[in-house]
Design a protein around this ligand. Sequence first.
Ligand code: SER
Length: 584
Amino acid sequence: MKSYELRNKFLSFYEKKDHEIVNSSSLIPDDESVLFTTAGMQQFKPFYVQGDSPYGTRTVSAQKCFRTSDIEEVGDQDHLTFFEMLGNFSFGDYFKKEAILWAQEFLIEELGFDREKLVYTYFEGNEEIPEDKKAKKILLDSGISKKKIYPLGREENFWGPTGTEGPCGPTVEIHYVLKDEGCGPDCDPSCDCDKFIEIWNLVFNQFYMNEDKSLKPLKHQGIDTGMGLERLAMIVQEKSHVFETDLFTPLKNKIDSLTNKNVDQRPKRIIADHIKGSVFLISEGVTPSNTERGYILRRLLRRSMRYRKLLDLPENSLEEVAEVVFEIYDDFYLESADKKKVYKVIEKEREKFEKALDKGLKEFRKVTEDGSLDGRKAFHLYSTYGFPVEMIQELCDEKEISFSKEGFEKAKKEHIKVSKKGAEKKFGGVSKDPEEEELKLHTATHLLHEALRRVLGDHVKQEGSDINPKRLRFDFSHHKSMTDEEIKEVEDLVNRKIEEGLQKKIEEMSYDEAIEVGALSFFEKEKYPEKVKVYSFVTDDGKVFSKELCGGPHVENTGQLGKFTIKKEKSSSKGVRRIKAVLK
Ligand code: SER
């Protein structure tokens, strides 16, 4: 059975059970606390809380997903960055029993799975949440023998939330037995020995997890399931690898046709996965950069470029592989993608990186002559030649060179600290130079603006700003006075971002590009010059907190600001509030 048939079968199976088929949402979610869509439930998150689903109380989808957590494992049997998740969802409608029985029905009756090869795990409970006895009973009542049902802990059988808060709950996972023998008598589905492969996660959303990790009962408890299409195809098509399914073989064949090198399969699989992921990200408007999504894309492309060299593939072969990605998905997901744009982005990144790659590889050989690579030298490869850290790791692994990732992280931190100190020296933490004070208050204004948007909502927009050496004044759209809690929350968030020491980043681009990368702006396009500056404040690991179109100037690092306090919050005019705040 081809993977498109599996996808269609899944959707129509649940459609027959009164689920509305909903299109995949974008890989770039509305939820600001996460970089990518990593699960089918993400677009439905509010419906478990507010219960106001426009699709009714049952939905089904095939969702594009992107996960970075497994990036280093890509190339093995079943880990991917981009994958598809098949899922059925209930918002305050059916619950555990239907979810479990229908999943069995789909696998066994629809797809013809051998019942004997399926095993199940459920949540065994902990000091906070009781054992999921209901799920266990449903499994037993459905005729599954006790030895095929495994109680496991929170790590394995409790899911969610995505991002910092949201619906979550205990799960039943369905695993497929790939091999009769495991690694020993205690082997269970949580083991990595490849005896079992997880195929379907049935989440029983019962709780809402707050940002402080506390749980409260969910208003509209429901079901969220997720099954990886690639893994399902691997089993149904009787392959030992996701890369041997029809979702990957065209890519593999293409790469094989371009190289004479008979190396092991891993580099080819990595190129196939990474170029597929890159095509999807670029099609959704992501471009390579040094922060957030852009940096993930950059890593995928740069790693593919190194493997291209290793396999002696022709220069434009990554574009050729991308072309095959379009062939696989051109009637599902990528129907209207701009192919030329995708090829262009890949080409541009290649031009940027490949020269540095050659030089960096030379440098790598030089500095590792003694068989080791210390953290500082590794950091040099990262900062000067743009080598992503996993690439450094791989280079070392291939040559059996010892490399300490901790040493690298330490050197990176050290570097950031030194530039922060330098900036403090330059802009002064002690002196009360009026100009410097204004500079700090200006940066604080950006942090305040972003904090207000995160606490009060996206409707918050700057309506006016005024800074003197003593205080900042900030007017913004909001229809009611802020509560004391909201004021405190905003203050705390700004102070947290000051403590984190976010680094300033300036980029120049066209107005349209700035808006595309999500920079906040306050005036009509016509009021801006052709090239605008975008100021961001960025964490050590590249997460952007605030991004605004702005003329500057700003401090180098938010660590220089001192303590932020809101002195006053009042009305300024209809629908506009005014805050006065100081730095101490
Ligand atoms: N949200 C769950 C997962 O991502 C099930 O869809 O595994």
